[in-house]
Design a protein. Structure first.
Length: 742
């Protein structure tokens, strides 16, 4: 019998691309090869990344494209070595498979600050990364996609090129080293050309050659700003997201889950929903309902109409009570003290203050959604996700089928920011499809459902002690309390509780390159069961605010210029980080006189391998305070595409400023008070600052760019407000304390 969209786990048909007589090439520098998911039973492929068929060349991307531009960079890595025609290369999301493991995720596992990591420690991290293939961690996150792919995909392209040349050499009776390659062709000294497509099938049968990678001096694509490979499809509306899938007989669905977090459903009356035109069924999901209709609007109207009796939440009744629960963590022994220099207990504190940040939602532009169909015992799912193998496993469990009977397509993501690591929407779509076998189901959450059932960035509290003498900081002592994102995320993915020190809980605080004699950062894990997850920059997002806000306070206590104060303390530890501060100083004209009614703030955070410094300028106008200008300097090391790095830095800045200015999720009886953008807004075009970004390449190690923007943006804004008004705000969001234009 036929199956809608059938794709076995051992073959690949993506969209309309059929691989007829195709070949995939490449070589990994790892000791044990992983299983190739692309038709290995036919012997046509050597590597999971590059396919050559009669239609041309396709890259099977190991990471999800969620607007960050990674598919463009991944394609350039392969094309640089393969000598492919850039305009013709196709990029497709890879299927769930261990072959697409992300080794770079393990690089941050060592409890060592990135700026201070020695070569031998990096080698240990690389060894741990190679071992992650055994776990098959196929995850897009942690600003690791380019770092992970940098060698692997170039090797895939280089191996393919040399295999093709070897076949051509035999056919032309010419030594392979006399052949050259260009735009998808092998070219002989006499000008004879052979298209890669004519060579691919034979080349796939040959041993994979070991080749040296081209030096940077010979690069033609890498290091340039290339046209985005996803641009045309998105501009023309042909790009497919989770809720774009259209299949014969498709029905639309939405869900309504208990809004009181941790609560459940006592009973429901479907009659009012069934009276809504277009609504066909109301299904019991246990903790809520699914409404199935002829269109999404009818489904959402039906979900609102249904009468449901919910059970209460076990969480503290108010947001303030939640903060009290977090503060209780300070009374217990610290989970970690990952930096403990000098004798902080013996140093007398001159400043003792407390900082707080709220829960935050991801608020991706595309609400959660997925499309699924169960036909003849085989489940097919289309979902934008950051963890394909986890989603496949959850889909199988929810539908009651084996993993071998699940095909999962990763489609474009309308924003991820860590939210789409989670598998809840896939589970729901699979459950609904299993209750309606043979009927394709397109599940779309409402914005309210999306915001009230997020896995939030946790609220956090920091208690800071500090002192200065002779213009320098002599004490920096931080205690940080919050629920653990890392433990919550790992428990959901593995079903196991993580022990030991939680590095992610204190990142952005313990690992900053400040030379201070007495410097301690202690992490306290709070026992609070609000659903929390990986939010852009994770622990750095709140610790950057704590750290750089308090550094600013120490600078003022010392009577020093805040930027010069930072440079004095950073330069002895890291010339790379100091270079970023010097760059934003010069870029912003920091040392020049400022116009009346303006204020400037500075902050610097080293996160995800990339030090990033930000200066924010505020202007006081008749209608309120405007965020007028922003200057950024980042140093991710080797830059492969300047336009993508710049876009990610600007994006991170806006994301961070939006959170600092107006981001806040509060709770009443375990229910999020905010449900849509009128209550949880972001900066708009008319309130966003003019941004200038300087991209440095002095860092000897490649860092990420997707997440380093938000952490320094938040404290830089608060520090600018202090410079403008004299108000030292230690609790976000800032709009609650000052008349910002929003």
């Amino acid at each position: 019998m036929s199956r809608l969209g059938k794709i076995t786990r051992r073959s690949l048909l993506v969209g309309a691309v059929a691989i007829a007589g195709g070949a995939a090439f490449g070589v990994y520098q790892i000791r044990r090869p992983v299983e190739n998911p692309l038709r290995p039973q036919e012997g046509a492929t050597l590597n999971p990344h590059v396919i050559i068929d009669q239609q041309g060349i396709s890259l099977i991307a190991p990471r999800a494209e969620m607007g960050q531009g990674i598919h463009t960079t991944l394609a350039a890595l392969v094309a640089e070595e393969l000598d492919a025609d850039w305009d013709a290369i196709r990029v497709l999301h890879g299927p769930p498979a261990a072959a697409y493991y992300n080794a770079a995720l393990a690089h941050g596992a060592l409890p060592v600050a990135d700026y201070a990591m020695r070569d031998w420690q990096r080698r240990v991290g690389e060894g741990i990364g190679a071992a992650t293939k055994l776990l098959g961690l196929q995850v897009t996150g942690g600003s690791t996609s380019t770092v992970d792919a940098f060698e692997r995909l170039r090797l895939a392209g280089a191996g393919a090129r040399e295999a093709l040349k070897a076949v051509a050499a035999d056919r032309l009776d010419v030594a392979a080293d006399r052949l050259r390659t260009e735009q998808g062709r092998v070219i002989a000294p006499d000008g004879t050309e052979i298209d890669y497509r004519e060579l691919a099938e034979d080349a796939a049968t040959r041993p994979v050659p070991r080749v040296a990678l081209r030096p940077q001096s010979e690069w033609k694509l890498l290091g340039r700003s290339l046209p985005r490979v996803d641009m045309r499809a998105k501009a023309t509306g042909t790009a497919q997201f989770s809720t774009d899938i259209d299949l014969p007989g498709l029905k639309c669905a939405t869900v309504r889950i208990c809004p009181h977090l941790g609560g459940g459903m006592e009973s429901f009356d479907p009659a009012p929903a069934l009276e809504v035109p277009g609504v066909e069924q109301v299904l019991d999901l246990g903790d809520g309902i699914a409404v199935v209709a002829r269109n999404t609007w009818a489904a959402m109207q039906g979900a609102e109409a249904a009468q449901v009796s919910w059970t209460p939440s076990p969480l503290p009744a108010t947001t303030e009570a939640m903060y009290d629960r977090i503060a209780e963590a300070f009374e217990a022994r610290a989970n970690s003290t990952m930096r403990d220099d000098g004798s902080p207990d013996d140093a007398e504190a001159q400043l003792e203050v407390e900082y707080r940040v709220p829960f935050l939602a991801h608020s991706t532009m595309e609400p959660m959604g997925a499309t699924a169909v169960l036909e003849d015992g085989h489940l097919t799912v289309w979902v934008g996700n950051q963890a394909p193998r986890e989603n496949l496993k959850v889909a199988a469990e929810a539908a009651g089928v084996s993993e071998e009977n699940v095909t999962l397509h990763t489609v474009f993501l309308g924003g991820g920011f860590g939210r789409r690591v989670e598998t809840d929407v896939t589970r729901q779509a699979a459950r609904i499809a299993a209750q309606l076998p043979g009927t394709p189901i397109r599940l779309t959450w409402s914005r309210e459902e999306d915001m009230r059932h997020d896995f939030y960035r946790p609220a956090a509290i920091a208690r800071m002690r500090g002192a200065v003498a002779e213009g320098r900081a002599t004490l920096f002592d931080a205690q940080i309390a919050a629920p653990s994102v890392t433990r919550a995320g790992i428990a959901r993915m593995t079903g196991r509780n993580m022990g030991g020190p939680d590095k992610g809980h204190v990142e952005g605080a313990f690992d900053q390159p400040y030379a201070i004699e007495n410097y301690r950062v202690a992490g306290h894990l709070a026992d609070l069961d609000v659903p929390i997850g990986f939010w852009r920059a994770v622990g750095n997002s709140f610790n950057g605010f704590f750290h750089e806000g308090f550094i600013d306070e120490l600078a003022h206590a010392a009577g020093r210029d805040p930027l010069a104060f930072r440079l004095d303390h950073v330069a002895p530890r890291s010339a790379v980080a100091a270079g970023g501060l010097e760059t934003v100083r010069d870029l912003s004209g920091w040392d020049t006189d400022r116009a009346p009614g303006t204020g400037r703030g500075v902050a610097m955070t080293w996160s995800f391998g990339t030090p990033t410094a930000v200066v924010i300028e505020l202007v006081e106008e008749d209608r309120g305070i405007r965020i007028a200008r922003a200057w950024m300097a980042c140093d991710p090391g080797l830059v492969l595409d300047h336009a993508i790095v710049r876009a990610q830095m600007e994006s991170g800045l806006i994301y961070g400023l939006s959170a600092a200015l107006m981001g806040e999720i509060t709770f009443t009886d375990g229910r999020a008070d905010q449900g849509n953008f009128p209550e949880y807004d972001a900066l708009r075009m008319d309130t966003a600052p003019r941004i200038e970004v300087a991209i440095l390449q002095d860092n000897p190690h490649m860092g990420g760019v997707g997440e380093p923007g938000p952490p320094p943006a938040m404290p830089a804004l608060a520090n600018a407000l202090h410079d403008l008004t004299g108000q030292r705000i230690r609790t976000l969001p800032l709009k609650a304390h000052a008349p910002f234009l929003t």
